[in-house]
Design a protein around this ligand. Structure first.
Ligand code: C2O
Ligand code: CU
Length: 461
């Protein structure tokens, strides 16, 4: 039975099956966390240029073994840092033997650069992507969106972090530089020889937790505040995170950037595709203290380790978390309301939006540019209790309510991916701006997406 913090978790979080617990062969906290250094762009007058070659690479993930992964430039989980107002141009060269459609998740980008599956880059081909970077600072990520191989491509390693910075944030006294660290979290299943094993349906078998590509690493930190950017790049696994024995930390940002105000909390849910940023003050603990970041499964309350923070040195700390951060923008008044019912069809194994699986030749909705809409997202999977999410491309949204109640403080900012539990409903508001064209919206549990849970919107003037 659920006790303590688990009592706060809706019973509907329980799903038919559950991911395996992290009882892999590797011992926890045996390898240091890899902190990615940003890729170096070629700087032109008007933009930063990168060439990303998608290709296989052999890397060490589990100590003593080599794992063949799908990588950008041979690197697992690279990092790109971009500045607001300065476009980034990426030439993607596909040296894989599968198609690849590069998508900037959370990016406000024109259709031709959005990685629509109709624009897949075939093996041996290349394509230019232009990201205007006119949106507010936020933690975004790049992943594949090809028609049939996205889940496997992401699983095998094709996920990069894309940090967009801006002056507004830079002027805040939040932790910066080496004290601002991205943590990409996911699960995976390995054979004893280190080979990655993948089966879209076998989310229960993925029993190894990776952070920045390392199994349950340790991270040596100074006794001061850190900004941690958490990104869930897993196919299906949610993280319900707690630090140490329920230590307090501060939730400062979500998918679309800073929250209106910081939220002190002791527990955080991080669903696939989502980003949450927290500030942890390790200055509260003495040198020598070790704090485990735990993931608690709501299904049975079992707790497994994700990583460990080892406080190893003192450091000055000029940083602080201001009492107000960044107001969410006014998205105007909605003139259109739509409903999206998410459900699983046990007879066909398909996951559906409004009773239909994805069809690349069908446009599902036709929003007008410069208008605001309210979307009601209904998770109708009461039979199996499967959670679903909705992620519209192009524009961030605000959460209006969940089951008729105003959103919690941690959902008061801009979001781009929202998970709704079985039998529940949420309403979001979004405004279509700048770019006409065809964009997708879908569940970000990638097995569901692969099994049809995606629709298309054609945005026009
Ligand atoms: Cu994370 Cu359609 O994407
Ligand atoms: Cu789903």
């Amino acid at each position: 039975a659920a006790t303590g913090v688990l009592a706060a978790v809706p019973a509907s979080l329980v799903i038919g099956g559950r991911p395996g617990t992290a009882r892999a062969a590797e011992s926890p906290f045996a390898v240091p966390l890899k902190v990615p250094t940003p890729l170096r762009p070629t700087r032109f007058a008007g933009h930063d240029f990168y060439r990303l070659t998608t290709r296989e690479a052999d890397v060490t993930v589990l100590p003593g073994t080599r794992t063949r992964v799908r990588s950008f430039n041979g690197v697992l989980n690279p990092l790109i840092v971009a500045e607001r107002g300065r476009p980034v141009v990426i030439e993607q060269v596909n040296s894989l033997n599968v198609p690849f459609a590069m998508h900037l998740h959370g990016g406000h980008v024109p259709e031709r650069s959005d990685g629509h599956p109709k624009n897949e880059v075939k093996p041996g081909e290349r394509r230019l992507f232009r990201y205007p970077n006119e949106q507010r600072a936020s933690t975004l990520w790049i992943h594949d969106h090809s028609h049939h191989s996205h889940a496997e491509n992401i699983y095998r390693g094709l996920a990069a972090t894309y940090l967009l910075t801006d002056e507004f944030e830079e002027n805040l006294p939040l932790p910066k530089g080496q004290y601002d660290v991205t943590l990409q979290m996911r699960d995976a299943k390995f054979a004893a020889n280190g080979t990655l094993e993948w089966d879209v349906h076998d989310f229960e078998g993925r029993n190894t937790i990776l952070v920045n590509g390392s199994p349950r690493p340790y991270f040596e930190v100074a006794a001061r505040k850190y900004r941690l950017r958490l990104v869930n790049t897993a196919n299906e696994r949610p993280f319900l995170l707690q630090l140490g024995d329920g230590e307090e930390f501060t939730h400062i940002a979500t998918d679309g950037g800073l929250l209106p105000a910081p939220v002190p909390t002791r527990m955080l849910q991080l669903w696939p595709g989502e980003r949450h940023e927290i500030v942890v003050d390790f200055g509260r603990y003495g040198v020598g203290r070790k704090l485990v970041l735990n993931n608690t499964f709501p299904y049975d309350g079992e707790t497994t380790e994700v990583m460990r923070f080892d406080v190893v040195r003192t450091a000055g700390d000029p940083s602080s978390v201001p009492g107000t951060l960044r107001a969410a923008p006014d998205l105007g008044t909605s003139t259109v309301e739509r409903e999206f019912t998410l459900s699983f069809n046990p007879r066909t194994g398909e996951h559906l939006i409004n009773n239909e699986p994805f069809d690349i030749n069908r446009v599902d909705i036709r929003p007008r540019l410069d208008t605001t809409e309210t979307w009601r997202i209904v998770n109708a999977d009461t039979q199996f209790g499967i959670p679903h999410s909705l992620h519209p491309h192009l524009d961030h949204f605000r959460v209006l309510d969940r089951n008729g109640k105003p959103p919690a403080a941690g959902e008061a900012g801009l979001k781009d991916t929202l998970t709704v539990m079985a039998g529940e409903a949420a309403r979001i508001q979004l405004r279509f701006t700048d770019y006409a064209g065809r964009f997708m919206y879908h569940c970000h549990l990638l097995g569901h997406l692969q099994m049809g849970m995606m629709g298309q919107m054609e945005i026009s003037r």
